[in-house]
Ligand binder design. Structure first.
Ligand code: PEP
Length: 249
């Protein structure tokens, strides 16, 4: 059975109190379904509150939006994989486009963060995707492949099997312009082939970029999509509860 993964990236929204209230509403509106799982990426300060609110539901999982590549030490302001794990995180985003393009994170940074996540037992969700200029120049495949190799080429099939990829074209994030299901599917096939060539078992590839209640069903009808990573439309628990019931598995 196809098991869809719905991932919510709250970005820099929803503190601990708000996270608790969010989960109260969300849990009341959404009952567990075997054909889907729901992951939440709250800001670091809300991880513990979110993880506690999600703890009795095996279909809900909480992760960090970012981690340091170092496990501990004098890195003021940074949060490590073991620390987010103590707060209840089971996964982490790595290389989100805002980390790459606002904070200047490089492919090598993503490599070190994926390694740190795996070492701590967290499931990395590696985000990849091209800018509009790269897309217009016909470089989508080259960019995505470079980001995959940069972060993952040292890993064996066992480690690669623990990684979820989120294809998030930069021009689609927070812009209201989503990729078409066909465009996304083309990149997803390439990502899957890259992973399968390196012995990853059943790679999961999510699409992200302006997914909302209006376009989710059409996107998820495309079998290449194993789920979605959603920013803006995940911030309201009622909307998110509706969105995660979209799409036949
Ligand atoms: C994201 O933050 O990963 C994202 C896809 O944002 P949005 O859904 O708002 O485009």
């Amino acid at each position: 059975m196809r098991r869809l993964l719905f991932a919510a990236n709250w970005k820099m929204h929803l503190g601990p109190e708000e996270a608790r209230a969010y989960f109260k509403t969300f849990r009341a509106r959404y009952n567990r379904r075997d054909d889907r799982e729901v992951w939440f990426f709250p800001p670091a300060v809300s991880l513990e509150a979110a993880a506690q609110a999600a703890r009795e539901r095996a279909d809900l999982l909480v992760g960090a939006q970012d981690i340091s590549w170092e496990p501990k030490g004098a890195f003021t302001g940074a949060v490590s994989a073991p620390l987010v794990q103590q707060a209840g995180a089971k996964a982490t985003l790595v290389g989100h486009s805002e980390r790459r393009h606002v904070f200047g994170e490089t492919d090598d940074d993503t490599r070190r963060k994926v390694a740190a996540a795996l070492a701590a037992g967290l499931l990395p969700v590696l985000c990849v995707g091209e800018t509009l200029a790269e897309r217009d120049a016909g470089h989508t495949t080259a960019v995505v492949t470079r980001q995959l190799s940069g972060a993952l080429s040292e890993l064996d099939g066992g480690a690669l099997s623990r990684i979820v990829i989120a294809y998030e074209p930069v021009w689609a994030i927070g812009t209201g312009k989503n990729a078409t299901p066909q465009d996304a599917a083309m990149v997803h096939r390439e990502v899957r082939a890259w992973l399968q060539a390196r012995s990853a078992a059943r790679p999961r590839v999510l699409y992200g970029g302006s997914v909302n209640l209006k376009n989710a069903a059409e996107l998820l009808a495309e079998p290449e999509l194993d789920g979605v990573l959603v920013g803006g439309a995940s911030l309201d628990p009622e909307t998110w509860a509706q969105l995660v019931q979209t799409g036949a598995a």
